[in-house]
Ligand binder design. Structure first.
Ligand code: 5GP
Ligand code: MN
Length: 343
């Protein structure tokens, strides 16, 4: 996003606009944090902004300021479509390609003829937006929203609500400030957000210490299903639909579980395979340490993508067959796996 483009965006936003803000499907803390931060910023500036999420998100994000005001495209289809019809600008936040919103919403967005502004930190963004702010080196889209406000010379417009939303996305996408994408700039921004009213201890508590009993029991099952393959420095976890049902699975309950596999000493590649009978897919989350790119691995084998050290994908064969496929491709990556990371 160059200086001229920023000027154009400033000019666009100098009069009140109808704006829709779209995060990716199954939005996480970064996607929802960025969307609600932008929502508060634009509404405070006199625009009419609406967040339209493709579908619902976990309860541990529902306490965010004005979370209740977001439309879910699958549940509130009519309201979502009319918000999009009225919008002169659509922000696409925390995703790099339209298919990431799911096919229904993708069809609607493909017909949209207003201005798209994409802010995203995933690799290989599609060139669908008139204005693209892409930087794969930045830890989170939320940090990019902060930089976007810097570019607009409007960091002073950050209220406690906006600071809280941005904090949440930076915190969740950096694993609480521990992933290599966390820089001194990230910490400086976090310090500024605290100065601007983000209550750090409360935010961590609201996101991480609001587990249900069922979620912890499900984590117990996931850990007992953990398989380690030492010769590939790899560990994986499976959860069948039956197991999810047994522990009254709710959206978000499996978030972060894959990181337990990666926390094993010596493991640099971790995967979780979660059966979803309704969607008839196996949802896959992949994590790595060092140079082994799970983005590449997922694009190659599991119809997905993401970042080098955190990616997702899916498979349309059975859970057992998916595991067999995973195990059968691992030997092709042995060299990269063994050379990926020195502790
Ligand atoms: P998660 O495993 O938490 O679902 O996703 C990890 C990262 O990969 C996130 O940044 C997410 O946006 C991205 N991601 C997840 N699934 C997909 C996918 O199917 N395609 C692409 N391109 N990225 C994905
Ligand atoms: Mn993100």
């Amino acid at each position: 996003m160059n200086v001229d483009e920023i000027k154009e965006i400033k000019a666009l936003l100098s009069t009140p606009q109808n704006v829709v803000i779209v995060p990716h499907r199954n939005p996480d803390g970064d996607a929802i944090g960025a969307s609600l931060a932008m929502y508060h910023y634009l509404n405070n500036k006199g625009h009419k902004a609406t967040v339209v999420a493709p579908n619902d998100y976990p309860n541990f994000l529902k306490w965010l300021p004005d979370s209740k005001e977001t439309f879910k495209f699958d549940m509130q289809n009519r309201q979502s479509k009319s918000a999009l019809e009225e919008a002169s600008i659509v922000f696409l936040l925390d995703f790099n390609a339209l298919h990431r919103v799911g096919s229904d919403m993708q069809n609607t967005l493909e017909k949209y003829d207003g201005t798209f502004i994409m802010i995203d930190h995933h690799q290989q963004p599609d060139t669908i937006a008139k204005y693209l702010y892409s930087d794969v080196s930045i830890c989170s889209t939320c940090q990019m929203v902060y930089h976007f406000l810097e570019k607009l010379d409007d960091v002073s417009a950050i209220t406690p609500e906006i600071a809280t939303c941005i904090y949440v996305g930076i915190m969740t996408d950096t694993g609480s400030f521990r992933f290599p994408s966390t820089t001194s700039t990230t910490h400086r921004i976090i310090a500024d957000l605290i100065d601007k009213g983000a209550e750090n201890a409360k935010i961590h508590n609201n996101v991480y210490d609001t587990n249900s009993y069922g979620r912890l029991q499900l984590l117990g099952r996931a850990l007992s299903n953990l398989v380690v393959i030492n010769k590939f420095k790899t560990a994986y976890i499976t959860l069948s639909q039956q197991e999810l049902d047994e522990f009254n699975f709710e959206k978000g309950d499996t978030e972060g579980v894959v990181n337990y596999a990666l926390s094993l000493e010596g493991v640099i590649f971790a995967a979780i395979f979660i059966e979803d009978v309704e969607q008839q897919i196996i949802k896959i989350s992949l994590r790595s340490k060092g140079s082994f790119s799970v983005n590449k691995f997922s694009r190659e084998h599991f119809d997905g993508g993401g970042h080098d050290n955190a990616a997702g994908g899916k498979s349309t064969i059975s859970l057992d067959d998916t595991i067999s496929k995973f195990l059968s491709v691992l030997p092709n990556h042995q060299k990269d796996l063994l050379n990926s990371y020195e502790a």
